[in-house]
Design a protein around this ligand. Structure first.
Ligand code: CA
Ligand code: CA
Ligand code: CA
Ligand code: ZN
Length: 348
């Protein structure tokens, strides 16, 4: 099934709300410029139980917390919180439309498991904040321009279908609860965050088939790049597999993957006019750049290039901008590897 993520196209970019510095704790007050206010411990999957345990036999079981999942829970520290005791922070605020909002008890978030609504809320906060930390680890916001340094509003919703989406008019992301709850899989959360990344770089990005396909391909790429950065490699499921856990609800073949980054589709032969499917042409090119140059170099040039994309870019123009960014940042060897990746997909 390839049709799961719909991206609403309307509207203009919202101005992100900033966390008021009055919320900062004394420890963070010296660093008010980043509003790095406070931290709290919480329990998450990292990135999802299928990938963590290498167990493709796991199933949703109607949101039950069953013993085979026990080893996948991780205690982590949430950063950039506003200090209010809720899941509100510098880069994300969680709005629960399903169940009680998470609150700290004694300074930390209780140990909620997947059968508690608050678990998805914590997941959403942690993985959006981690995705922003990944961008900053590449130099965005220090040696390079900031990328998506705004507060994303993340809604956990009993949205009817098995579907999550990004609405650029509100800088918000909604995560659904069909099948495995979407926010139980970090790769679904970071995929949606990928759309907000591109929207922050080019307002209204993605207005036609090819630009929207790039949006899907990049968001799949970012999902894997961020989760691999956060949890390490090698991975126990194929690294190129996106959403190993969410996809157990709608795939029957093993490994369970919503999509993969290492497919063999080429342009224009394999274009079918559906953005997620066609996005696999783009994501494979990005995957090859990463294989050739390493994660940090590849992701940096890929994301830096996106500032130069037109909202309605073609594959070709976006590929040329990416080659140019490679040359500008890293020189001719990187540019050649980048060009080769797009040539092999038929894009250049
Ligand atoms: Ca759940
Ligand atoms: Ca789902
Ligand atoms: Ca994965
Ligand atoms: Zn998408």
């Amino acid at each position: 099934m390839t049709n799961r993520f719909a991206m609403a196209m309307l509207g203009t970019t919202a101005v992100a709300a900033m966390i008021a510095s009055v919320c900062a704790t004394p420890a963070a007050a010296a660093d008010a410029s980043t509003a790095d206010a406070s931290t709290a411990d919480a329990t998450v999957f990292s990135p999802n139980p299928v990938q963590q345990l290498g167990d493709e036999s796991l199933t949703d079981q109607k949101d039950a917390d069953y013993p085979a999942l026990a080893a996948a829970y991780r205690r982590v520290t949430l950063s950039h919180l506003a200090g209010s005791g809720t899941l509100t922070g510098q880069y994300v605020t969680v709005k629960s439309e399903t169940g009680k909002p998470a609150r700290t008890v004694g300074g930390d978030f209780p140990v909620w498991h997947r059968d508690a609504d608050q678990f998805e809320q914590v997941m959403g906060y942690y993985w959006v904040d981690t995705a922003q930390a990944y961008l900053q680890s590449l130099g965005f916001g220090t040696t390079l321009r900031p990328v998506n340094q705004r507060q994303i509003e993340l809604r956990i919703d009993q949205f009817g279908g098995d579907n999550s989406f990004f609405r650029e008019d509100k800088a918000n992301v909604t995560l659904g609860k069909g099948g495995v709850d979407d926010a139980e899989d970090a790769e679904v959360i970071v995929h949606e965050y990928g759309h907000s990344v591109q929207d922050s770089q080019v307002a209204g990005f993605g207005t036609n088939l090819e630009s929207r396909s790039i949006g899907e391909g990049f968001s799949d790429y970012l999902a894997v790049a961020v989760t691999s950065w956060a949890t390490g490699t090698p991975t126990l499921t194929p690294e190129a597999c996106v959403a190993d856990w969410d996809s157990v609800s709608y795939t029957s073949t093993v490994p369970h993957c919503l999509r993969r980054l290492d497919g063999t589709k080429v342009y224009p032969t394999d274009v079918i006019g559906e953005v997620h499917a066609d996005g696999e042409i783009w994501s494979r090119a990005l995957w090859d750049i990463r294989t050739a140059l390493g994660d940090k170099t590849a992701s940096t040039l890929i994301i830096e290039a996106q500032f130069d994309f037109a909202a309605d870019t073609s594959f070709r123009d976006a590929a040329l901008a990416t080659v140019a960014a490679a040359a500008r940042l890293y020189g001719s060897r990187a540019a050649t590897a980048t060009r080769t990746a797009f040539t092999e997909r038929g894009i250049l």
